[in-house]
Design a protein around this ligand. Sequence first.
Ligand code: S3P
Length: 757
Amino acid sequence: MSKSVEKLSARLTAPASEFFMVQKILIIGLGMIGGSLAKSLKEVGFARSICAYDSDVQALETGVRLGVIDSGYSDIAKAMVGADIIILAVPVKATASVFELIKPHLHSAMIISDVGSTKGSVIEAAKAVFGAVPENFIPAHPIAGSEKSGVQAADSQLFAGRKVIITEHCNTSKSATLMIARLWQSTGAEVLQMDVEKHDQVLAATSHLPHLLAFSLVDSLAKESSSLDIFRYAAGGFRDFTRIAASDPTMWSDVCSANKQAILAQLETFTDGLNTLRVAIETEDEQRIKAIFTRAKAAREHFGKMLEGTAYAATSKNKDIRFFVDPGSMLKGEAQVPGDKSISHRAVFLAALADGVSTISGFLHSEDSLVTIQAFRAMGVVIEGPHKGRIKIFGVGKHGLCPPKGVLNLGNSATSMRLLMGLLAAQDFSTVLVGDASLSARPMERVAAPLRQMGAAINTTNGGAPIYITGGKKLTAIDYSMPIASAQVKSAILLAALYADGISSITQFASTRDHTELLMSSMGVDVSTQGGVIRLNPEGGLRALELEIPGDFSSAAFYIVAAIICPGAKLQLKNIGVNPTRLGLLHILKLMGADIVLSNERIVQGEAIADIRVEHSHLQAIEIPREHISTAIDEFPVIFVAASYAQGTTEINGLQELRHKESDRIAVMVSGLRKLGVNIEEKVEGVVIVGGEIKGGTVDSQGDHRTAMAFAIAGANSTATISIKKCTGVNASFPEFVENSVLTGLRIRKEETNVSA
Ligand code: S3P
């Protein structure tokens, strides 16, 4: 199991003075890597003297002349006198003979390390020469290199920002490990620890295989009679792909024998992949070719993001965003909101299962919805885009999903995880679903329990993620009476019911968003709702469709409340989804006296859409009727803000579900609003808010998108600046919130800082 450098550096507590106690470092082998390390250590003054041993006297002279080393030796006995640290920078195959060379001159305080790109072979060499691996031998591997060779190519910046892997063995001395970690950190590298075996597997895939492919491609092309032409005209792709074929042949042939087994395993996987592509080209299987390329492109982009330091599936965990809202906002004109999040998720799910190609516009381009796209790509579905809100999904049919290669990481998105549980419970392959810390702590048994009643095999972890789903189970139809109001649970059951052996029914005691039912129905699924009971007949497939996703009412909600509380405000919102199962906020605000008018109402593919006009209004406090809770479930953070400006005491009960969202929304809002001077009382399942004014102050959204945006809206009429911490979560549903809000007249700005992962 790999350990991160943070753990290692956290233990680097020895006084800095120790840093300067190193007298002499001896580098054995003054090539490009050894030279670069020497040069870097010399520049940072890591030791009093940096020396090298090499049988090539000319290399030593060049090293001294270029200032890479202080002195060079071609006599090992002399070279080792007074050395504290000895680093082998020789081809891995030469490791054993260098160990033999240094053995007679070693004493116990000397630390030995190396830079070899395979570690199993180096450990074996140490055992063979010393009988056991010496405890002061710390195998290390800097993942940096260049196709150039020789000490004249030494570059002191070669390791800056690169990773160095230290591999532990059973004997490893902790103090020696720390010294080697510190040495590499002084070159600007990031130090990680890993098992020997894992290191060799990872490197076979990420470094050794690409080198072999580059060598092999250039070699095959060079053999062709027209090779001169090929090389003369080959620019771009060929040059990029084959740069590393100019690397040192001796070193790489050594790597092949030193890491033979792991490399062969990777070559086999690659050959299988290449063969699949070959067959797809031969049979003109365009869909398969596209699937391979789209998956690769998505994976490459994800990899690019990782290299930039961002987390899986474009989550922005390594950034901290803080919002500031100053007094004096004036909301006027048209507010833009992104596509509906719930419908975006469902569109991907159902279009992936359809027979044919679906085109979707207005798709929400946010972290949560991208997570769903990524999950389906991992299961072999070709999805083009999103590009300007458009995606094209090449449906694979109800039974066409492929097993994903690894776990499905769903980041922060509960909708993705819960709906996938339903769908994957019915597949003939097994899956593991994981999420970030917030998602892993959210309740998943509410979904797993009814699915188990249908015959699914699902294990949660302490009721949450990781979730283990065993495939190949035959599902039976269910008659389920929902114990809680949840559209996600309902949708998961409906997805599983698509695969059950008969008609399933779900009874709801409160109405929840019905986008799954509406979309399934417009794609030809036999699903109907009558008196709170939904019935689904699994016969038949799903038709592909062209879908235009309306603006998200839950995002529009922030501007609706902003306009109501901001004196003089007048806003227009166009093409917003006004599905009755989402309109609780509208009813509540109207009961409180808000001036909101819907116009241009229409139904598109079952979904109600309208334009919304809203003006500043004086709100009266009310006791919020329970019947509106489930249809306003995501809007309560901003309803609390509205109530803080209303005249009188607003009471809200029945909010227990709010404690299970991305954060405990009751606790987060109560704590924040109190800091802003609001008189608010927290109850187990609700709040009591005495309206008045909102003052300035600093609040913490706890990383939850909806609490962050609600606090920002509180600033639309606050008496002083409100500063909101941890607003990165807004990328889950409304990445352009700040930009759009500024255009609408909210005096909001953001500050972004990088935080260490
Ligand atoms: C959602 C359902 C709701 C809601 C969430 C999105 C959906 O969750 O809070 O933001 O898309 O189905 P619950 O089903 O847990 O109420």
